[in-house]
Design a protein around this ligand. Sequence first.
Ligand SMILES: NC(=O)c1ccc[n+]([C@@H]2O[C@H](COP(=O)([O-])OP(=O)(O)OC[C@H]3O[C@@H](n4cnc5c(N)ncnc54)[C@H](OP(=O)(O)O)[C@@H]3O)[C@@H](O)[C@H]2O)c1
Length: 266
Amino acid sequence: MPSLTERYGQTALITGASSGIGRAFAHALAACGFDLVLVARRKALLEELSLELSKACNCHALVREADLSSAEDIDALLAGLGELEIDLLVSNAGFGLKGPFEAGDLGRQISMVNTNVIAPLMLCYHLLPGMKKRGRGGIIITGSIEGETGFPWSTSYAATKAFVHQLGGGLWAECRGTGVDVLVLAPGSTDTDAPRLQGISDDQLIGVMSPERVAKEALEQLGKRPLWIPGWHNRLFIRLLRVLPRGFSLKMAGVGMKKAIDNSQR
Ligand SMILES: NC(=O)c1ccc[n+]([C@@H]2O[C@H](COP(=O)([O-])OP(=O)(O)OC[C@H]3O[C@@H](n4cnc5c(N)ncnc54)[C@H](OP(=O)(O)O)[C@@H]3O)[C@@H](O)[C@H]2O)c1
């Protein structure tokens, strides 16, 4: 099997590289010999990471500060790339909001839709044509197991992830035969800041995986299939929810989510 750089090219752009799964992608891709463009809002963390990767693997990692909930910032990010060709896009930045739908702040929900939905859409739209023209490239979009079925008490977040699952699935099929591989990565509970930022404490998480493992599996599966759910327990859970009657699976998903939120608040 040719290496990732042989298959896709030299430069990868990773959104959400300042922490968690995105940071793990940065380490893994730098070790594979990619040059990187690291994107997030926390510039200091990106600069620290860039330095670390340069020392560890001689990786050339550019830092790009951008708030991906802002279309202007995304335009500026793309314009700032200039002639630089992006061979592998890891559209990973995102965040979630938990709780009753109508109790959540609407502005935050819209910001989440912009970050989780509009940003991947715009990045794919602008970067895919170059990949197709060059006859090679890769796109990984981080979704979630929540994107595979509705998830009560996480309703808007699950809806954002359902969007990128359909986006990635459609692109996977459209890109067949073009040299461009597309993968939707659908992690379950992963040991990053995300669950805690959503108000779910560590002890409420089941079958937690490391971000390094999740990123590694995604890179292994790119080019092999349209969707990858890391962890057999997550794959089993989703398979079960898919075969059950829709109403029953929604209720079942909701019971687990509500319990995790309620227990975290105790
Ligand atoms: N952890 C889990 O259990 C889990 C499960 C399923 C799916 N996911 C998905 O995995 C992806 C990565 O999350 P994570 O678990 O690694 O959590 P994380 O450590 O909180 O990382 C989230 C990343 O997204 C970036 N980000 C968030 N909002 C942004 C914005 N408006 N503009 C630019 N960057 C933004 C953050 O950077 P800055 O804050 O520096 O901007 C950070 O680098 C997300 O899409 C998440 O939905 C996570």
